[in-house]
Design a protein around this ligand. Structure first.
Ligand SMILES: Cc1ncc(COP(=O)(O)OP(=O)(O)O)c(N)n1
Ligand SMILES: Cc1nc(C(=O)O)sc1CCOP(=O)(O)O
Ligand SMILES: [Mg+2]
Length: 204
């Protein structure tokens, strides 16, 4: 039975952001810490688990698969590089589900070969967050991915905004992963609430 993902999937760079937005009603959140000492990652992840548990929100840890197991997170998000080092059997044994990034058909084949709990496709639109070698995929690629992965949950990521949200879901995405749109908003809480109102109308 495929997992059900909330339509709005915010990604935050640290525990401060997570503690700020989860109480607003977020039901699925990724903690994506870059450039921090391991002890700090462990500490932030433990705190993230406490906050998400208190608010009925699922926690996705990015990259640090062993920290996800140790903390008891719901999911780990793995890029194609992360797949080389993560112990997938240990994740399964611990009940930590995993999602895998894909950007082209070879990566999709690799992802499907490890039976992920979701597949992410990006960047759908241009993103300012990180330099990527892939051109924006566009909505047609979401449709193609949907036709290739059957009922497996599909996460769309990259340059998503509330204006673009219906298009991505109508094309076949189950959940939209978002960073820049709300992190750089003049009123980030208001923007997250706007996304949550949209998600309430798109609950799948
Ligand atoms: C939902 C989601 N999709 C894609 C990514 C990107 O993962 P990755 O390619 O491993 O890159 P980093 O985020 O680790 O820089 C993601 N984190 N989440
Ligand atoms: C971290 C990341 N990974 C991507 C991928 O395509 O794998 S796109 C991306 C950045 C997405 O963030 P924003 O909402 O800020 O554009
Ligand atoms: Mg990664």
């Amino acid at each position: 039975m495929p997992v059900k993902l909330a339509p709005f999937y915010p990604i935050v760079p640290d525990i401060g952001w997570l503690e700020r937005i989860v109480p607003l009603g977020v039901k699925l959140v990724q903690l994506r810490i870059k450039d921090a000492a391991r002890d700090d990652v462990i500490d932030q992840t433990r705190r993230a688990l406490a906050v998400t548990r208190a608010h009925g929100c699922q926690l996705v840890v990015n990259d640090y698969w062993d920290v996800a197991i140790e903390a008891g997170a719901d999911f780990i998000h793995l890029g194609q590089d992360d797949l080389e080092t993560a112990d997938l059997a240990a994740l399964r044994q611990a009940g930590v589900r995993f999602g895998v990034s894909t950007h082209d058909e070879a990566e999709l084949a690799k992802a499907l070969s490890v039976n992920p709990d979701y597949v992410a496709l990006g960047p759908i639109y241009p993103t300012k967050l990180k330099v990527m070698p892939w051109a924006p995929q566009g909505l047609e690629r979401i449709k193609l991915w949907r036709s290739k992965i059957g009922a497996l949950p599909l996460v769309a990521i990259g340059g998503l905004t509330p204006d673009r949200a219906d298009g991505a879901v109508d094309a076949g995405a189950n959940s939209l992963a978002v960073i820049t749109d709300f992190v750089t908003a003049e009123d980030a809480n208001a923007r997250v609430k706007e996304w949550l109102a949209w998600a309430a109308g798109r609950q799948n």
